[in-house]
Design a protein. Structure first.
Length: 70
């Protein structure tokens, strides 16, 4: 756990520990996951590929014969 201070700022670690305690988790892997998720921002998300073909919506009308509500 102390090695996390080499990569993350003190305030980030403190916030992650508070989040872990609030979530009732105490293992180092959970703390690492919380710290990692804090570093992912909306800016790091990728845009959909504009030149990639998408499939048409699936025809689910055949499932009507099964009954029930879809």
């Amino acid at each position: 756990m102390l090695m996390l201070y080499e990569k993350y700022a003190v305030d980030k670690i403190e916030a992650a520990v508070k989040e872990a305690l609030k979530s009732n988790v105490g293992c180092s892997n959970a703390l690492k996951q919380i710290l990692h998720s804090q570093n992912i921002s909306m800016e790091s998300q990728f845009d959909p590929l504009s030149n990639w073909e998408t499939l048409p919506p699936a025809d689910i009308s055949a499932y009507e014969q099964l009954g029930g509500i879809l």
